[in-house]
Ligand binder design. Structure first.
Ligand code: ADP
Ligand code: MG
Length: 730
């Protein structure tokens, strides 16, 4: 019997791989930002006036004059040409989730058989990509307006390959954002203003606050040939069937284990590319599941960090390809083993170099820490459903609310020590504090925080939003998700919270004549009390937490169509409009797009599963069943009437196979019917719900029978590369 041709060939190809050996000729620090138009290259390649104008735009958001833009473009062009670039592109992040680029050559004929390289201010500042094929949620239809990309000087241009990439935002002519970046930039501005005003209570010289983001990217690597042998991986980015291997991750022998040589070569190659592009990658290791890995950079200003993550994902795919790997960013590529996330470590930093979520050396600095710490908790408390909505997607639903870290319930973990601090603060008296109370606070509560945090080692791995010493870690973000969206939401809700906080403190100072620190303590005390229900220190997976959370009134939206509703609630619209981050139209458009995306993903998965089950699994099952039938016939020939004594097990197997085939086939028919019905539904919300509740449940049922067949059928016949091969072939 011959093993299924595609599977066999793929495995053979994998065995014959020669690792691509990656040389490192230069120190990483010598490569760093070589292909980035950073401050240093800008200073070298443009006039002082042009340079200052870019710096003002970066630091204060001032507009760049058209003439100056020409000078900047000339400098950028010369720098790019000196690095071998031939093309330029406006690089942007439309709502497809991927990055977009359309390359134009610098080259232009100038007559008489001659040509030159051209690039001027207008090409730098604005472009009009034919954007009709990007998702817009009806915005452009409503306004009959075209979209354009506009240069974002706060993220430096870079060269990838031979193309100068200029980070841009993508907006409709009527001003609505058509991408992830425009709302992010608005949210970052909102949090800057709000946080700066509050930080001034503690240090008058603070003039700007940047949100910081350090993401941790998890991913799987699968050999390219093996990945291509699986139609589900190719078309859906994950396996839709496949029986668990006899050995999975139960031995925990992969986590932090030694990195396989082929993978190491890929990582080194990738890291060198990252250095050139200025992505400050720092950490690499094996993750929990076999063939799962993680990469993390040093944190950066949030806008840049978002760009760097989007860029990284793109570069990873390209580098993986030359190492004969396929990267899987899907949150749950394999059933039964760990999925992938993208922890978003977040904090706020002042232009004076202070991390506002890091306790300082004086009680006043610690009061500053407590202020930002407690306000963040309060912001999450008020907007937990929004945070869940911000990370909702068809693929992330496999993690959130599906017995995988973290749960769909958003809660905040702060650790035992800080819980004690907040408990003590809760007892602070209302109004003026007595001198004794002030001294106590200074010495015993606020004064003790740095020591408390030093040995704060109790980390809770099941919490979706955990404080980890000097930053919060939002762990609910999916590995595939663009960080911009969750960062937009988080920074917006914190901005709103800080504005409210400042108003309340100012009232106590002006009207009640409290001292500033007394007023701050008073407001914080009330926040601690009113935001208690969001704090949870226990096991986020436990059933008891689900019950407890329900009692507390926390939302527990397990599916994307449910979770997304929070994004267009009255409260959310009011919040985003007030913070000038997104308008009602933009929110509703995004909501439509996300629902549509959800529906399409499930639709594609349903089709792929149907095809594989009918075209691969059932024919193979029939083939094997025929072998069994032949066998029974032979036994009958030999033993005559007594044949059942020798063929009963085979007959049982034949029956089982028939049953599985019948189940698979009828379930596919039923699923297809549900799809047809769902497709008739006009309203996106209802359509997504139908796909979620009527179509998707068939996946597990169909898969169950396919996986049973995989266990029964001759391995040499099975056409689909098995989990043990996908996960353990190196
Ligand atoms: P782990 O979660 O793996 O235990 P670490 O404490 O080492 O990790 O940090 C994880 C990530 O947190 C790193 O990528 C780092 O860049 C990021 N990080 C550290 N400090 C900050 C900060 N102030 N703001 C944002 N991210 C930060
Ligand atoms: Mg982490």
């Amino acid at each position: 019997m011959i093993m299924s041709a595609i599977r066999f060939k793929a495995i053979e190809e994998t065995f014959n791989r020669q690792p691509v050996f990656v040389k490192e000729k230069k120190k990483r620090s010598d490569l760093y930002e070589n292909n980035v138009f950073n401050e240093f290259s800008m200073r070298e390649s443009m006039s002082k006036a042009a340079f200052n104008s870019v710096m003002d735009a970066i630091e204060c958001g001032t507009k760049i004059d058209r003439k100056i833009a020409d000078q900047i473009a000339a400098g950028m062009k010369n720098w790019a040409l000196s690095k071998g670039a031939t093309h330029y592109t406006h690089w942007f992040q439309p709502l497809t989730g991927a990055t977009a680029e359309k390359h134009d050559a610098f080259f232009e004929p100038i007559g008489n058989g001659r040509a030159m390289e051209k690039f001027d201010g207008s090409q730098l500042v604005q472009q009009e990509p034919d954007a009709s094929s990007f998702p817009n949620g009806g915005i452009r239809n409503t306004f009959e307006a075209r979209g354009y990309t506009a240069w974002d000087p706060t993220s430096p241009a870079f060269i990838y390959g031979t193309t100068l990439c200029i980070p841009t935002v993508f907006v409709a002519y009527t001003g609505e954002a058509l991408d992830y970046k425009a709302p992010l930039l608005r949210a970052l501005q909102a949090v800057d203003h709000a946080a700066t005003a509050v930080a001034k209570y503690f240090d008058k010289t603070v003039s700007k606050v940047n949100a910081t983001l350090g993401w941790e990217q998890e991913y799987f690597l699968v050999d390219k040939a093996l990945a291509y042998s699986r139609p589900d991986i190719v078309l859906a980015g994950r396996t839709l069937l496949g029986h668990s291997p006899a050995k999975g991750q139960q031995l925990d022998d992969h986590y932090f284990g030694s990195i396989p040589i082929r993978v190491m070569n890929f990582m080194r190659d990738l890291e060198q590319e990252c250095m050139l592009l200025g992505v400050p990658v720092k950490t690499r290791h094996n993750e929990v599941a076999p063939n799962q890995f993680e990469l993390a950079p040093i944190f950066e200003e949030a806008n840049l960090a978002v760009d760097h993550n989007a860029l990284l994902m793109d570069v990873m795919e390209k580098v993986a390809d030359r190492h004969y790997f396929r990267v899987l960013f899907h949150e749950k590529p394999f059933a039964g083993i760990n999925g992938s996330g993208k922890h978003n470590n977040w904090s706020l930093a002042t232009n004076t170099g202070v991390n506002l979520l890091s306790p300082g050396t004086t009680p006043m600095k610690n009061l500053q820490f407590l202020t930002f710490f407690i306000n963040t908790i309060k912001a999450v408390h008020e907007n937990e459903a929004l945070i869940r909505g911000a990370v909702a997607s068809a693929s992330n639903d496999h993690r959130l609310g599906a017995n995988e870290a973290p749960p769909a319930i958003i809660s905040v973990f702060i650790g035992e020590q800080l819980t004690k601090v907040l408990d003590e603060l809760e007892g602070v008296s209302t109004g003026k504090l007595s001198p004794q109370e002030k001294t106590d606070l200074k010495l015993n509560v606020v004064g003790k925080i740095p020591d408390v945090l030093l040995d704060n080692t109790d980390r809770n791995r099941t919490s979706p939003f955990a404080f980890t010493g000097n930053k919060f870690e939002l762990r609910a973000v999916g590995s595939k998700t663009n960080c911009a969206h969750p960062m937009t939401i988080l920074n917006t809700i914190v901005a709103k919270q800080l504005i409210e906080f400042k108003e309340e403190v100012d009232i106590l100072v002006d009207k009640k004549k409290l001292k500033k620190d007394e007023a701050i303590f008073n407001v914080l005390r009330e926040y601690i009390k009113s935001s208690k229900k969001i704090r949870f220190e226990g096991d986020g997976y436990s059933e008891s937490w689900e019950k407890e959370a329900a009692k507390r009134g926390l939302s527990n939206n397990k599916t994307t169509p449910e979770a997304l509703k929070a994004m267009i609630s009255k409260k959310a619209i009011a919040l985003f409009e007030e913070m000038k981050v997104m308008s009602k139209i933009e929110l509703e458009a995004r909501h439509e797009i996300e629902l549509e995306e959800y529906t399409k993903r499930i639709q594609i998965e349903g089709r792929v599963l149907g095809d594989i089950a009918r075209n691969h699994v059932i024919p193979t099952a029939i083939q094997y069943q025929n072998t069994l039938i032949e066998n029974v016939k032979g036994i009958k020939e030999v033993f005559g009437k007594e044949y059942t004594r020798f063929a009963s097990e085979q007959i049982e197997m034949i029956t089982q196979i028939s049953n599985h085939i019948a189940e698979i086939n009828s379930k596919i028919t039923a699923m297809t019917e549900e799809r047809k019905k769902s497709n008739q539904i006009e309203k996106q919300q209802l359509k997504a719900e139908a796909y979620c509740n009527k179509v998707k449940p068939y996946f597990e049922e169909i898969r169950y029978h396919c996986d049973k067949l995989e266990l029964q059928i001759d391995d040499a016949l099975w056409p689909l590369t098995k989990y043990r091969e996908l996960l353990f072939t190196k």
